[in-house]
Design a protein around this ligand. Structure first.
Ligand code: TRP
Length: 338
């Protein structure tokens, strides 16, 4: 927990894998919300480069993507003056706590994790890091005694495990950890692929036109929106079943402009898809263009990014040491003489 002397705000924490480019779905569904929370919470935001190597990575790319990930999040508004921005491998304690937690974590629970099973299926040989992954994630969260953790659907089970481990540790030793709550983003922010509007917008979409990247240029965004799949009916209204493409564009437009669906349907009554798409593209460009410009500035300035990471790691490390020494004391490890 935070120092009792400090004004304690609830702690919000989340981690992101350094996987290249973020897209519009990540922005509307997640990052935009976090930026808005920075004043009300003590925020820890970090790049999970240790989680990243559970699947094979090219070292030079991993390093480059770590900076790019940080710069993209900062371009979206995560502010080093307000939040602790850092890289997982810069802070000692994540792995140490993960080890302690692994010793109270039943193997069966890890083997039953959906994401482990899915990922393991795709590997020729499964490394034990992939199995251990959720324990490290639990440590990431508990190390800072997070109250709230924004996660996507796919990470909810890992958060459940985190809660289980926190409760088990508290019961086995004595109350130590907050039991964190998931933070589920605003409804309606589920962005679908522009080319296959029945599946989520995803960076692994084989069709590049399906995904609007955060750092796409205005021309590229326009091209992608203008070629988004629609239907032959010609009317602009929500009907997820029969008109998933148009419905997706409406919900993107609604998420960006905060206009209601009804207002949007009114606005475009009697208009064609061409006009509608042009308006949607303009709205996206209006929010993403400044993001891309900030990104371009930031990514050129690695010295500055390094400073941000240094300050972030220093602040995070203080909390990490505190939690870790408390945990070590509780499990019966003697303190190292100074
Ligand atoms: N597993 C998360 C993902 O792939 C990343 C992650 C690692 C994380 N540690 C975390 C997310 C702690 C939230 C909190 O998206």
């Amino acid at each position: 927990m935070a120092d009792s002397a400090a004004i304690s705000k609830p702690v919000i924490l989340t981690g992101a894998q350094p996987t290249g480019r973020l897209h519009l779905g990540n922005y509307l569904g997640a990052v935009r919300n976090w930026s808005a929370m920075q004043n009300d919470y003590e925020c820890y935001f970090f790049v999970t480069n240790q989680h990243a190597i559970t699947l094979p990575k090219v070292p030079a790319e991993l390093r480059k993507n770590t900076y790019s990930c940080l710069a993209q999040y900062m371009a979206c508004g995560l502010d080093p003056e307000k939040s602790h921005l850092f890289v997982q491998s810069h802070v000692y304690g994540h792995n140490e706590l993960a080890w302690v937690l692994s010793c109270i974590c039943p193997l069966g629970q890890l083997e039953r994790m959906t994401q482990f099973k899915d990922k393991a299926k795709k590997q020729i040989s499964v490394n034990s890091g992939l199995l251990f992954y959720p324990v490290l994630m639990a440590a990431d969260i508990l190390l800072y005694n997070a109250h709230v953790v924004p996660v996507g659907e796919d990470q909810k089970q890992h958060l459940e495990l985190t809660r289980d481990l926190a409760e088990k540790f508290n019961a086995t030793y004595s109350p130590t950890f907050n039991v964190p709550e998931p933070y589920i983003g605003k409804a309606g922010a589920r962005v679908m692929s522009l080319q296959n509007p029945n599946s989520k917008m995803s960076k692994s979409d084989p069709n590049q036109l399906g995904t609007v990247d955060l750092i796409d240029t205005a021309d590229v965004i326009r091209k992608k929106i203008m070629s988004a799949v629609t239907d032959s009916e010609g009317s602009i209204r929500v009907d997820a079943e029969n008109k998933p493409g148009v419905t997706n564009l409406i919900s993107i437009y609604s998420a960006i402009t905060e206009k209601s669906v009804a207002a949007i349907e009114d606005e475009f009554a009697g208009k064609g898809y061409g006009d509608f798409k042009k308006t949607v593209a303009d709205a996206i460009i209006a929010v993403l263009d400044p993001v891309r410009q900030r990104y371009d500035e930031l990514i050129k300035n690695q010295g500055y990014l390094d400073e941000v990471l240094k300050a972030g790691a220093e602040a995070a490390q203080k909390t990490a040491w505190k939690t870790l020494s408390k945990v070590y004391r509780k499990v019966g490890f003697p303190e190292r003489a100074r």
